[in-house]
Design a protein around this ligand. Structure first.
Ligand code: 16G
Ligand code: ZN
Length: 534
């Protein structure tokens, strides 16, 4: 009898000489060499579903902010979390098997190792961004899923957070933790309804221009807007850079990564002084805000700013609801967070700050240990998570005054407004708008909360980035020997200096970050540290 696993591996052979790795954001590389990886991810997803008794596992086909010719894939756990680490390793091993027979043997080996009965029903849920290669890669995933005898559910185009949402909804349906209706209208209804409640009758001043990176966020935001309150009672949104008909324009001169990296608005931007603007990335899981002041100066309000804004607001709500004795709020950042942001959270907001290595899963893990964990990377990835005990305490809490009730109602609405399955640029954006409306702030007031230290990020090409080993949440190098000492010596020479170097998880390079009291000192420090690691 034919072996369907070997057959599908034969249909999508692995190109020779390429070593694949399931990295911080799944597999990601040039789309033309991903067919075999996609088919094998279909197999792994089916096995993972079976290992969890048939729960739905997500497969998202996207390369986020990467150029249009790239693509990638990541797997999503039943509640919307990132794939368990052990299964990342299995995925890598599967992707690198040489022959169809090796693939088939490894498939059976995994089943044996985890006591998986291959006759158990399996469910795999798939979404993709708008890249030209998406349709072909989807068919490869479907081939893998079907070869494994699993049932695929293809949602077509979705943002990454929408796919996470669908997975969580499907797995919680008909339980007391039901997250929502696993459909696109279900998603828009849930978040727009929470947005209305969270606004609590407050007015939003001015409009918001949203740059969608010419990616999947564009059409999805246009759809979401239809569910939001009419603009005179809610928010006027202008959707720009939403051309998904021309996939070669994805992330080109626009999007959150462009704005954060270049520290400037997309060249196509026509916004005027003090107009609120924000940018999504190619799969709408990153968000940054910005504006031009009356002198035409550009100001970025990045992930650090979103974290501080949201933490200050949620902290106030917890206090004003009468919950501050029992609920502790904390902020989780990475070493890339601006020192001024860290300082502001500790000194002004009087909240704890944890620092973790780069990558959503590390921040998420640390935030999950808090009652209310606000986590954002400076690049705009992030969300807020509430522990089960926190949700219960909030649900049970009896307000002692109308003012407490009002705060409690807004707090509850915010919980519903924040996508609990993963960081979501669309939901984060609505949350920022709610906070600004309650504080009656424009971008200027938001910016005025603290002054960023000038900083510089450099990419250094080295002969072997794997030599660079870090400790202390990537803030110190332990290898190569002696380098950290030299970095420390340079840091000492500038005012308010801080610098670190780490191997990138997504590119073949070492990244150097430096900040200091002045632009000249920050630039100089970055250059010196780059020289040291070179
Ligand atoms: C991945 C991570 C992102 C991180 C980036 C760092 C996820 C979903 N994505 O894109 O959070 O900021 O890698 O890239 O975790 P780097 O290692 O090249 O600096
Ligand atoms: Zn992304």
């Amino acid at each position: 009898m034919a072996d369907p696993i070997a057959e599908v591996a034969k249909k999508h052979p692995a190109p020779e000489g390429i070593v694949y790795a399931y990295g911080t954001a799944g597999f990601r590389t040039k789309a033309e060499v991903l067919d075999s990886v996609m088919a094998r991810c279909g197999l792994i997803a089916a096995l993972r579903s079976r290992a969890l008794g048939g729960k739905s596992i997500g497969v998202m086909i996207t390369a986020s902010h990467n150029p249009p010719e790239d693509n990638g894939v990541k797997l999503v756990e039943p509640l919307g979390n990132m794939l368990a680490e052990e299964w990342e390793v299995l995925s890598t091993e599967m992707a690198n098997k040489a022959t169809p027979e090796d693939v088939s043997a490894f498939y059976r080996e995994i089943a044996e190792r985890f006591n998986i009965k291959l006759s158990t029903p399996a469910h795999v849920v798939i979404g993709r961004d708008t890249r030209a290669s998406g349709a072909r890669l989807l068919s490869c995933v479907l081939d893998g899923v079907k070869a494994a005898g699993a049932e695929p559910k293809d949602y077509g185009f979705l943002t990454t957070p929408q796919l996470h949402y669908m997975v969580r909804c499907l797995n919680t349906q008909d339980t007391s933790d039901a997250y929502g209706t696993p459909t696109e209208p279900g998603y828009y209804e849930k978040f727009s309804e929470a947005f209305k409640r969270a606004l609590g009758g407050k007015k939003i001043s001015g409009s918001l221009t949203v740059d969608c990176a010419n990616g999947v966020g564009g059409p999805k935001l246009t759809e979401l807007v239809k569910y939001l309150p009419p603009k005179d009672q809610g928010l006027e949104i202008f959707v720009v850079n939403d051309n998904v008909i021309k996939p070669e324009s994805l992330n080109v001169e626009c999007g959150a990564d462009f704005v954060k990296t270049n520290q400037r608005a997309p060249p196509s931007s026509k916004s005027g002084p003090n107009d609120r603007c924000c940018s999504l990335d190619g799969d709408a899981d990153r968000l940054v805000y910005y504006f031009k002041d009356s002198n035409n100066m550009f100001h970025l309000l990045d992930g650090d700013r979103i974290a501080t804004l949201v933490a200050s607001f949620l902290g106030d709500l917890v206090r004003h609801s009468g919950l501050s004795d029992i609920l502790k709020l904390g902020v989780v950042q990475t070493a890339y967070a601006n020192g001024a942001a860290t300082n502001y959270v500790e000194q002004n907001l009087k909240l704890t700050v944890d620092c973790t290595p780069t990558g959503v899963k590390h921040l998420h893990h640390a935030a999950a240990k808090l009652d209310i964990g606000v986590y954002f990377e400076a690049n705009g990835h992030g969300t807020v998570i509430f522990s089960a005990a926190t949700l219960e305490a909030i649900a049970k809490h009896e307000p002692r005054s109308p003012a407490q009730k009002e705060s409690l109602d807004v707090l509850k609405a915010c919980i519903d407004l924040i996508n609990q399955s993963v960081g979501d640029a669309l939901s984060d954006m609505l949350l920022v708008e709610v906070v600004l409306a309650h504080k009656n702030w424009g971008p200027q007031e938001w910016l005025a909360t603290y002054n960023d230290l000038p900083n510089r990020l450099l990419k250094v090409v080295v002969s072997d980035r794997n030599q660079f080993k870090t400790t202390d949440a990537e803030r110190k190098l332990v290898k190569p020997d002696g380098i950290q000492k030299q970095i420390d010596a340079e840091v000492q020479k500038v005012r308010q200096g801080r610098s670190f170097a780490r191997a990138s998880g997504t590119e073949d390079a070492v990244r150097v970050y430096a900040e200091a009291a002045t632009r000249a000192e920050a630039d100089d420090l970055a250059r010196k540290v780059a020289e040291i690691v070179k």
